[in-house]
Design a protein. Structure first.
Lengths: 419, 260
């Protein structure tokens, strides 16, 4: 169709303004889709972090707080659980397995998790995937450590290296358990979860390095050597949290209630999925705000496009008079301008998608490493295509404004060019 | 000064003086006839135009002399079906176009009219060939006629060569001289052999030599295509080349202001 070709030629004739308009639309589209990608990536990352655990138990606190510090290593525990309570809990008939967690120390900015070898069997992520070792095995010796993939990559550790654990969570600590170095016994395969940034040691090791400490500092004059400590009773006095797997899901709520009403000690039990829902509800407002802002940017880009087409209308009255003289109907002129807006929008979307995926591929490793956020380079989901379809429609409709003006002009001008 | 009444009879008189009129003598059928046409436009300046009678014979070459402000644009708008009159009849090729809808008139114009303006006739960014082929996308019968020569492009090339424009088919229209542009406009008006060629001061942007050369070419190609030609100009010196000359103000009475 020659008319459509002429519309494209006309656009090419104004290529600079057209290109700027397309770029503005492209950036707004990349932003809109990018926000959605980050949003979905963040949700997926969080949801993928824990799987197969039925209940998480910690000291009495908010369920979100418990979830964040026990699974995501964000924030700190308000209190501990006594070892006696843990043993009581683990012995309940509904409980299939339980993994105690003890947090509070760090190694060069990475958190140290004290746990049992059971952790490597029962902790599951991303649809029940188990942890696997890229080298070594679970800790066997008291001073063995298993490190996550990011720890190994960031610090360049390999099997057999000796590491020193610092007291507290700062990345630079002056209080170090330097008298009791650990040996790297295993390195885990990357999971895309906080496990990658964790140093795992046994619960007994956590106890051992604190044996001669009190209230966060070494007891002066009392030093227990690494050899002596092996002969001591290293049963933990307290832990931070417990992951629990049940024999039957049906028991979940019954046990949760029982734990929440546990007499000897105030405890909280949460369902990971339910706590995540709480998290989404919390961040939903921020997500909506982000989406609203990017929608505003799309609208701004459309305003730019409408302005661009409107400003060219006057100099294009000749073009329209010529089209009218060869028999074009005013509605052909209307259609032509709407088609122009549609073409600009589609070009903008296409360029925007290219921009977005180029940025994704470029930034993905960086974002993954820096924020632990895995952004999948996957084609847009059906919902996003629907959004894009609506945007094409909206862009074409935005073209209605200049198109109607052109329609009126060409009705008034007829074949006469008034300049 | 010039004819006011019974233009058909008058046209016979003029034709006697015209050397090119012989072959048309047998054809007297009116291709255009207007009667009691009233047009009024209530814009910022009220304006009205009245045409008692006007007729144009098939194959005729008519020159309408009119200065600006004489309602020239409105007259051409009525003739070409851009404007619709308040009352009266405009019959073209046996069709009363006042009875047609606006979009049917647009289609009618596409099929039966070739129009040349004073200047700025072409889409500057499109090629010469695209400009010539443009009307065919709105006029299926003209397209079919142009394709009878093999392809529309072939027919366009034939017309362009006939107008002395060989070798510049793919050039952008904006790159041509004004004279060349007017010849491209002529080719666009002629393609698909429409029954009526309407030219609105097509030569005013050209110098005298080029004016005559352009008219000569236009007449030749129009008679080859069997098209009737109506031209509007303020230049009386072109009169001897036409079958008939009319003063526009004798055909159409324009009124401005509140009384319009």
């Amino acid at each position: 169709m020659i008319v459509l070709r002429l519309a494209l030629l006309s656009l090419r004739n104004r290529w600079l303004t057209a290109l700027l308009t397309v770029s503005a639309i492209a950036i707004s589209i990349a932003l809109l889709l990018g926000v959605e990608k980050v949003r979905m990536g963040a949700r997926q990352s969080f949801a993928d972090t824990i799987s197969g655990t039925d209940l998480i138990v910690g000291a009495r606190s908010g369920s979100l707080n418990l979830l964040l510090y026990s699974v995501f290593r964000i924030g700190n525990a308000t209190n501990n659980i006594s070892w006696a309570s843990y043993q009581d809990l683990a012995a309940r008939p509904d409980v299939a397995w339980s993994v105690p967690l003890s947090l509070g120390d760090s190694h060069r900015g990475f958190r140290v998790l004290g746990t049992t070898p059971e952790y490597f069997r029962h902790y599951k992520f991303r649809q029940s995937q188990a942890l696997t070792f890229s080298a070594g095995q679970p800790f066997a010796d008291l001073f063995d450590a298993v490190i996550g993939a990011d720890v190994a990559a960031a610090l360049g550790y390999k099997l057999g290296d000796r590491v020193i654990i610092a007291h507290g969570l700062g990345s630079v600590s002056f209080l170090e358990h330097d008298d009791k170095p650990f040996r790297i016994a295993g390195i885990l395969v990357k999971t895309g979860t906080p496990v990658d940034r964790t140093v795992h040691v046994s619960l007994e090791a956590i106890e051992a390095i604190h044996v001669d400490w009190q209230s966060g500092a070494r007891i002066p004059g009392q030093s227990v050597t690494a050899e002596d400590v092996r002969r001591m009773d290293l049963t933990p006095k307290a832990i931070t949290a417990v992951l629990i797997g049940l024999k039957s899901k049906l028991a979940t709520f019954r046990l949760q209630r029982a734990i929440n009403e546990y007499r000897p000690e105030p405890l909280t039990a949460i369902l990971p999925g339910a706590a995540l829902q709480e998290l989404w509800a919390l961040v939903a407002t921020a997500e909506t705000a982000l989406t609203a802002v990017s929608a505003m940017v799309v609208i701004t880009a459309f305003l730019g496009m409408v302005t661009m087409i409107l400003t060219t209308l006057n100099e294009r009255r000749r073009e329209m008079a010529i089209l009218r003289s060869v028999g074009a109907r005013p509605r052909t002129v209307l259609g032509l301008l709407m088609a122009e807006a549609g073409v600009l929008t589609i070009a903008g979307i296409a360029l925007g998608i290219v921009l977005l995926y180029a940025a994704l591929m470029l930034l993905q490793p960086f974002v993954d490493a820096a924020y632990g956020l895995h952004l999948p380079v996957a084609p847009p989901r059906p919902g996003e295509w629907v959004t894009l379809g609506i945007i094409v429609l909206a862009g074409t409709m935005a073209g209605l404004l200049p198109a109607l003006r052109a329609y009126r002009l060409s009705l008034a001008d007829g074949m006469t060019v008034r300049t | 000064m010039l004819a006011e009444r019974a233009p058909l009879i008058r046209s016979n008189d003029v034709r006697l003086e015209s050397p090119a009129a012989g072959s048309l003598a047998a054809q007297r059928a009116a291709i255009v006839s207007m009667a009691q046409v009233r047009f009024a436009w209530a814009g910022r300046v009220a304006f009205s135009l009245g045409i008692e009678t006007f007729a144009l014979a098939l194959g005729e070459r008519l020159l309408l002399i009119g200065p600006s402000g004489s309602g020239k644009s409105t007259f051409l708008g009525l003739l070409c079906g851009i404007n619709a009159p308040r009352s009266g009849h405009i019959e073209i090729l046996g069709t009363d176009i006042t009875a047609l809808s606006a979009s049917a008139r647009d289609g009618f114009r596409a099929e039966h009219f070739g129009i040349i303006f004073q200047m700025f006739n072409l889409l500057p960014y499109a090629s010469v060939m695209d400009n010539v082929l443009l009307p065919l996308s709105f006029a299926p019968r003209r397209r079919a006629r142009a394709r009878a020569a093999g392809s529309a492009e072939k027919d366009a090339a034939r017309l362009l060569i006939g107008l002395g424009l060989e070798g510049s088919f793919s050039a952008r229209a904006a790159e041509l001289s004004v004279g060349q542009q007017q010849r491209v406009a002529a080719a666009r008006a002629l393609i698909g052999a429409p029954e009526l060629i309407v030219a609105d001061e097509p030569t005013s942007a050209l110098d005298r030599d080029h004016q005559y050369a352009f008219l000569e070419l236009l007449f030749q190609r129009a008679s080859e295509a069997g098209s009737t030609l109506i031209m509007v100009s303020h230049d009386v010196s072109l009169a001897p080349r036409f079958d008939r000359v009319l003063a526009l103000d004798a055909v159409a009475v324009a009124r401005y202001g509140a009384g319009a």
